[in-house]
Design a protein around this ligand. Structure first.
Ligand SMILES: Nc1ncnc2c1ncn2[C@@H]1O[C@H](COP(=O)(O)OP(=O)(O)O)[C@@H](O)[C@H]1O
Ligand SMILES: [Mg+2]
Length: 493
């Protein structure tokens, strides 16, 4: 479909400022269509056609509260001015005209209003209201709608509608059918539709508001005064208790440049707000779950610690302490997740915590320094727990085993364990390096049956779909052990 701007450029010589004015008009004009229960089209002389006797339809809007008259879209079509003489008259005279036109596909002549659109002192287009058949005499509130519509039409011809600041209709905005209140130039309610009255009831305003200001009726609403004072459209949401929320959209009415009233469009947005709150609640619930998991893991780890203290057998004590450390390294991840629940987690915070954990559990035995270089940034949550657990095992091993019987009797050798983290394409890479004694000559990662490395193998290869290598570094390159873990950051499911 061709846009209004494209049509203007193709068929008219309107300036970009004028086109912008028409764009703002059509962004707000569903309000006009609804207030008048009518289809509306925007037309301008078609300069593409040399006889100067045709109008091009630049835009079209259908009412939300009535069935449409226009079955086929008129946008982009040319209408001969012989058939639409009133449009021509309005364009030439700058005066609003009413009469009838013949519409393709409609048997009877259609009543029309032709509203000249003025911009920068001249008429740039004509807004045509195509009125559908009336269903009996207009009711009281239909009459009120129409009177507001008429005031807005005069504003279109006076250049005060559309507003410079804001559009007054569109997705999410209150619509005519949601409820309307008309306010006079001193802020008193002249008229309220039944829907609007209902919305006021929900806010606790039970007395009639007619002839009163909102303040006198017990409703605090600053937008009305602001709208009267400054003549710009404004919105405010009023809440009552936690389950009622009404959106007030105030639209100023002008007469010869002076604000003479305000149209308030109301929308009950309680359901919407409740939905928002549910979503927020869900996030809080996820956070809470992580928090509880963390607490439970901490309880388990302290139970293991207590039990380790009561055991006399060294082997049992060591086993329980290791189990405790493993549980704590999982708790670390949940600690971070309980602060920032989501699909992703900042892994570097977890790294900081597991380094502290390793230092806390084993460093006391040997003077060893742990250095972390680089970072992995944010990682998917599913990846964080197994990776954190694997890194804890490997760091613990380096601290525990690399420096045993190493560095001479005085132990003057300073043990350093480095953890280098980097992202390589789609992979997260972690290298754990120590400057200790290196692996035993007959060491083979794949045949190691000890628990720690069995766990690491399972985590890295099966759970994380990654690779792990452990090698002894030659003395000429500094010695010690190098462990390289490569894990794809997009977990294959
Ligand atoms: N960084 C390292 N330097 C030297 N030896 C290591 C290193 N990491 C692991 N090892 C060797 O691998 C063995 C198996 O480790 P692991 O499976 O974690 O069991 P555990 O730590 O309970 O001994 C260790 O006992 C140790 O001999
Ligand atoms: Mg170990």
């Amino acid at each position: 479909m061709t846009t209004l701007a494209e049509l203007c450029e193709e068929h008219t010589s309107l300036s970009s400022m004028a086109i912008d004015h028409l764009l703002r008009l059509t962004a707000s004009w569903s309000l006009l269509a609804d207030l008048s229960f009518s289809d509306m089209v925007l037309v301008a002389p078609d300069e593409e056609i040399s006889d100067d006797e045709s109008f091009v339809v630049l835009g079209q809007v259908r009412p939300n509260n009535r069935s449409t008259l226009i079955v086929d879209d008129l946008i982009g079509t040319s209408q001969p001015s012989s058939q639409w003489p009133l449009v021509r008259e309005a364009f030439m005279s700058g005066e609003r005209g009413a009469g009838e036109v013949a519409l393709p596909g409609v048997d009877q002549a259609v009543p029309v209003w032709c509203i000249p659109v003025r911009f920068d002192g001249r008429i740039i287009a004509v807004l045509v209201r195509l009125q559908g058949p009336l269903r009996g005499p207009a009711s009281l509130y239909e009459q009120a709608y129409l009177s507001i519509f008429e005031r807005l039409c005069s504003m279109v011809s006076d250049t005060t509608f559309p507003y410079r600041e804001d559009t007054v209709a569109g997705p999410g905005m209150p619509r005519v059918g949601d409820g309307i209140i008309l306010i006079n130039d001193v802020g008193e309610v002249e008229f309220a539709t039944p829907n609007a009255t209902n919305a006021l009831h929900r806010l606790g305003v039970y007395t009639s508001t007619e002839g009163k200001t909102f303040a006198a009726a017990g409703l605090r609403l600053r937008v009305v005064e602001r709208c009267l004072e400054y003549g710009i459209p404004a919105m405010e949401e009023v809440d009552r208790s936690s389950d009622v929320a009404i959106l007030f959209h105030c639209v100023p009415l002008f007469e010869v440049g002076v604000v003479t009233g305000v149209v308030v469009l109301l929308r009950d947005v309680s359901d919407l707000r409740q939905l928002n709150r549910l979503v927020l609640n869900k996030e809080a619930a996820v956070r809470e779950v992580h928090h509880r998991v963390k607490n439970n893991l901490q309880t388990i780890s302290s139970l293991l610690r207590l039990q380790a203290r009561r055991s006399d057998e060294h082997e049992t004590v060591v086993a329980l302490q290791e189990a405790e450390r493993r549980v704590r390294s999982i708790a670390v991840v949940h600690e971070v997740l309980s602060r920032e629940p989501g699909e992703e987690v900042v892994f570097d915070e977890i790294v900081r915590s597991i380094v502290l954990l390793v230092e806390d559990t084993v460093l006391a035995l040997h003077p060893v320094e742990i250095v972390v270089n680089g970072e992995l940034g944010t990682l998917p949550t599913d990846l964080a727990t197994p990776l954190a657990l694997a890194l804890t095992e490997l760091l613990t091993n380096a601290v525990e085993h690399a420096f045993i019987d190493f560095g001479g009797p005085d132990n003057e050798h300073v043990g350093i364990v480095t953890l280098d983290l980097s992202i390589d394409g789609d992979d997260a890479v972690a290298e754990i390096r120590d400057n200790g004694r290196g692996l035993d000559d007959d060491f083979k990662l794949d045949v190691a049956t000890s628990l720690g490395l069995s766990i690491v193998r399972d985590l890295v290869r099966s759970q994380l779909n990654g690779k792990i290598e452990m090698t002894t570094v030659g003395d000429d390159e500094g010695g010690g052990t190098l462990i390289r873990v490569v894990v794809p950051t997009e977990l294959a499911t």
